[in-house]
Design a protein around this ligand. Sequence first.
Ligand SMILES: [Zn+2]
Ligand SMILES: [Zn+2]
Length: 271
Amino acid sequence: MNADLLRLAAVLGLLALLLVLQWRVGFRHDMRVRPMLDNLVVALAGSGLLRLVVPIGTVGTALWAQSQGLGLFSAIGLEGAGAIVATVVLMDFAIWAQHVASHRWPWLWRLHRVHHVATRFEATLGLRFHPLEILVSLGWKLLLVVALGLPAAGIALYETLLALAALWTHADLALPPRLERTVSAVVVTPTWHRVHHSPERACTDSHYGNLLTAWDRLFRTRPAVPPASQRTMAIGLEGWRSDADQRWTALLLNPFRRAPRPAPTETAPHA
Ligand SMILES: [Zn+2]
Ligand SMILES: [Zn+2]
């Protein structure tokens, strides 16, 4: 089985497990079938676009770059397990930085906004990114793969971890408090990421991490006042809360729409 099929099987397996857990022990009971289907249609549109316009993925590019001896890792002779660990850590930082830029640069925010207008926080939201945002993200990853000469095994591992983390960190679940503290000391949990989906600007523009929580700790991108109750806090963005805004057609068109008049807490770059 090739790496793509293995990753797809892992993603579908984890999604099935999380759906059952959300249904049985959901934290906010944020599951509704229609918005989940809308999320999945947006996700399918993204993977369809990628297959149409990009002939070679990150792993294929890494194999090519390695065969040409391109990039930093080749230049300094970094290989083996060390290179794989370095790939996961460096890529996680790079994707964290892309996420910060997506909140600061207005044109990137228009694409990323599609993820944030969701009013329900559950696992399928982890698959809902605008196809053009996925394309931008792939371009950034390919640049890094070539510039750093990342090993194919490392980038394949990171892509798989990122896909699984996207599902897990959006799950409508909460770990018991002590376990939450231990786990979120290292990796992102649903409770860590849920803060990022609060409409309060200080919270939306915080907790950017995907896999590791180190970057938000290191760069102090955490809100001074976290939400009082994650069980009852609002999810989404002011001005985009209607059911019509959550349909897959509206989501695909969202980047091209003018933002509704911003509420006092919703100023640029959210405009
Ligand atoms: Zn975000
Ligand atoms: Zn999210």
